[in-house]
Ligand binder design. Structure first.
Ligand SMILES: Cc1cc2nc3c(=O)[nH]c(=O)nc-3n(C[C@H](O)[C@H](O)[C@H](O)COP(=O)(O)OP(=O)(O)OC[C@H]3O[C@@H](n4cnc5c(N)ncnc54)[C@H](O)[C@@H]3O)c2cc1C
Length: 422
């Protein structure tokens, strides 16, 4: 056993699903772990759309990383922004802090939105990755109704009441699916110069169907459910331009609107590029089946930042269970390396299924050959999301918040900061 002073140093960058799982997997290892995250909280991203639409508050879907790991004595948590990794010197550089040396490094930095060469769209069409993003989206969504009430012409009001979601994956569909209910039920009767039911919600999807990763039958249900809710689904189209008062599609169709949400593309964080390793076209680092870099067993990359082969030509999807499983595998492999075991554990993704919610009582679930939709799928979705939320307090609060919203149709978090409503 190493003495505490010269125990191997493990740095984990990122306190998301992957980073936390890696830290926990090393709980009994004779190492000193420093988990670095630029935020002080672990975020349950699957429920971010609820924060963006005023259903939940940020504190209900996040928990302080420090508090989650407080009982694990071999972990220190550092709130800092990592700007690069120097593999030759075996250290990471931080913003406003001296570099820190490692013996083993786990990169679990997730991803950011990708605007396909149009970074200028980000200001007009925010994506959903962080609490700040969700707050900004809620501000834009609720602020649009305030602006509609003040609009001087019908045309302008119509623009404020048109919401465009770009990208028909789970995030885009979840967001588009919840907007009609809010507009038509939660806000009903509150405005004098328009009916919230006049709201138009448009979902633009590049491929033939929304939710491309789901089986055909469920995609058909999902499209029908969205249409039934009042969402206009426009397949086989891309956004060619986004301006403050319209979205232009690639066939020249102009959609006048003032509020656009981006759910179309992801790219691994910029730290990945500093590793000097092969990256795929979305910036993910190509790792071995053991999750370390091909030429370096001291650097592991996991979660949304990693490109890991799966099912022939495919790659492991960017979902929370995959990130968690990779964290466990990386932790196990570091323990083996420390023990001098050269036979490392190969990562094998256990696919527990996929689910997407499409508004009240509507969801789809694919678990192997079992497919569910409608109320049963919705209840399964509720159960799983409550189960995996960090912290009992959050689980209880979210349950109460949802029960309240289910019965009353009301959203609990309606405050706006003075910004867009001027
Ligand atoms: C809106 C949305 C909905 C989703 N819905 C689902 C769902 O329903 N089911 C599902 O399974 N998955 C879902 N996902 C995907 C899932 O959340 C991700 O696959 C998962 O979070 C990836 O985990 P990770 O640990 O790789 O990264 P993350 O959980 O993104 O964590 C990365 C962490 O790294 C930190 N970080 C990044 N860069 C730096 C840096 N330079 N310095 C310091 N810290 C840094 C970040 O602050 C963050 O805490 C959703 C994602 C989003 C955005």
């Amino acid at each position: 056993m190493n003495s505490p002073a010269n125990r191997p140093k493990v740095i984990i960058i990122g306190g998301g699903f992957g980073g936390l799982a890696a830290a926990r997997a090393l709980k009994n290892a004779p190492v000193d772990i420093t988990l670095i995250d630029r935020t002080n909280h672990h975020l349950f991203q699957p429920l971010l759309y609820q924060v963006a639409t005023g259903g939940l508050s940020p504190t209900e879907i996040s928990a302080p990383i420090r508090s989650i790991l407080k009982d694990q004595r071999n972990v220190a948590v550092l709130m800092a922004d990592v700007c690069s990794v120097d593999r030759a010197a075996k250290q990471v550089s931080l913003v406003n802090h001296a570099p820190i040396a490692y013996d083993f490094l786990i990169v679990a930095t997730g991803g950011r939105h990708h605007y396909f060469g149009h970074p200028e769209w980000e200001a007009l069409a925010p994506g959903l990755k962080t609490i700040e993003d969700a707050n900004r989206a809620r501000q834009r969504f609720l602020g649009a109704f305030e602006a509609a009430e003040k609009a001087e012409t019908d045309a302008e009001r119509k623009e404020w009441l048109t919401f465009v979601v770009v990208g028909g994956g789970p995030t885009g569909c979840e967001l588009a699916g919840v907007l009609p209910e809010i507009a038509r039920k939660a806000l009903a009767g509150e405005y004098r110069r328009f009916k919230p039911s006049d709201t138009r919600i448009v979902l633009i999807e590049n491929s033939a169907h929304v939710l491309d990763n789901f089986p055909d039958d469920l995609r058909v249900y999902a499209t029908a459910d969205l249409k039934h809710l009042g969402v206009e689904v426009i397949p086989l189209r891309k956004a060619a331009d986004i301006q403050p008062d319209h979205v232009m599609l690639d066939d020249g169709t102009r959609i006048p609107c003032r509020t656009v949400f981006w759910a179309a593309g992801n790219r691994a964080g910029p730290i990945c590029a500093t590793l000097g390793a092969e990256q795929d076209r979305t910036g993910r680092v190509v790792v071995t089946p053991f999750l370390h870099l091909p030429d370096d067993t001291s650097v592991f990359v996991i979660g949304d930042a990693a490109h890991v082969r799966w099912l022939g030509d495919g790659t492991v999807p960017g979902v929370a269970p995959a990130a968690r499983q990779m964290g466990e595998c990386a932790g196990t492999n570091i323990e083996r390396l420390l023990a001098g075991i050269t036979h490392l554990k190969e990562f094998s993704y256990i696919d527990k299924g996929s689910m997407a919610v499409l508004g009240r009582n509507k969801a789809i679930v694919a678990a192997g050959r079992l497919h569910f939709h409608g109320v049963i799928a919705w209840l399964m979705w509720l159960f799983v999301h409550i189960l995996y939320l960090a912290g009992y307090r959050n689980r209880l609060l979210v349950l109460l918040e949802w029960a309240y919203a289910y019965v009353t149709y009301r959203r609990g978090v309606r405050y706006l900061i003075k910004e867009r409503i001027d």
